[in-house]
Write a protein that binds this ligand. Structure first.
Ligand code: NI
Length: 288
């Protein structure tokens, strides 16, 4: 019960009604305090972002996160996570070159990626994709990099984590060419787009954006089944309310759970159970 003061504090921050308070109790005492089952399917964990990574990992575990899947999406972060991943049981990794890396990646880097993907605890390819918001100047290079990595994922039969920004149509058309499954990371499209991805067998990665005031995602989520959703933070970015503006960490995943529970009028325990089941069915944690 040592966290009771903290809990009341958190309720105060949210200022919710009795239902929200009950939900918070459930989440804190019945889920997190029992060791937790939440899986953060997408976060970043670089020394550039956190002064004390060991402390961050400890806090996340204490907050009820049972697995963190770290996305290493450039050469530097790949090396960093390779040296860290075996230190903690609950750390897993996806690796792949982000579209912003398209100009610097050469064939040799793709061969290195393929080797790294075979390492223990590396469970997927990503984040990979297209980002026309970042730059439209090298679209062809982005497409080349995306497709080369989809070929690797298909060959190794590994799930993909897709980054798509201002590039929905091209992303869908390219994905249709390959036999891959995975997550549309930080999904932010329309209901129609959501349904296209779901029909293609993808899960939608939902994180802190859902908690933002005026987020269009809230309305879209109402029409979707949780069977198609996995939890993610994209930390250190996109911190959920009530900590928006601060540095994100997997420990804040519970606020995404609470928002989902409130939108779907479900018990947070069930939100955790379903999203964790989804993540477990996509990623092969056992053989890695
Ligand atoms: Ni990311």
């Amino acid at each position: 019960m040592e966290n009771k003061g903290y809990l009341i504090n958190e309720v105060g921050i949210l200022g919710g009604n009795d239902k929200v308070k009950t939900n918070l109790f459930y989440l804190f005492y019945n889920c997190c305090k029992r060791g937790g089952e939440m899986i953060d399917t997408h976060c970043h964990l670089s020394k550039d972002d956190y002064d004390d990574i060991d402390l961050v990992i400890k806090e996340n575990k204490e907050a009820g996160v049972s697995k963190m899947i770290v996305s290493a999406c450039d050469k530097k972060s790949m090396l960093e996570i390779i040296s860290l991943k075996d230190k903690y049981d609950f750390l897993y990794v996806t690796m792949g070159y982000h579209p912003s890396e398209a100009l610097s990646v050469i064939d040799k880097d793709l061969q290195d990626l393929k080797k790294n993907l075979k390492l223990s605890k590396v469970v997927g390819v990503g984040e990979i994709g297209l980002d026309y918001y970042y730059s439209k100047e090298f679209i062809e290079k982005q497409k080349w990099l995306f497709e080369e990595q989809l070929k690797i994922a298909q060959e190794l039969d590994m799930p993909v984590v897709i980054h798509s920004r201002d590039a929905t149509l091209d992303t869908i058309n390219i994905l249709k060419k390959y036999s891959v499954r995975g997550i549309i990371h930080c999904f932010s499209g329309s209901l129609e787009t959501a349904n296209i991805y779901i029909k293609m067998g993808f899960y939608l990665g939902i994180g802190g954006v859902l908690t933002f005031k005026n987020s269009k995602l809230k309305e879209i989520i109402k029409s979707l089944s949780l069977d198609n959703i996995v939890l993610e933070t994209d930390s250190p970015y996109l911190t959920p309310v009530p900590y928006r503006g601060k540095k994100n960490s997997s420990k804040y995943l519970k606020y995404v759970v609470l928002e989902l529970a409130s939108i779907k009028e479900m018990d947070p325990k069930d939100v955790i159970e379903i999203t964790t089941r989804n993540a477990n069915s996509l990623f092969d944690f056992n053989n890695k």
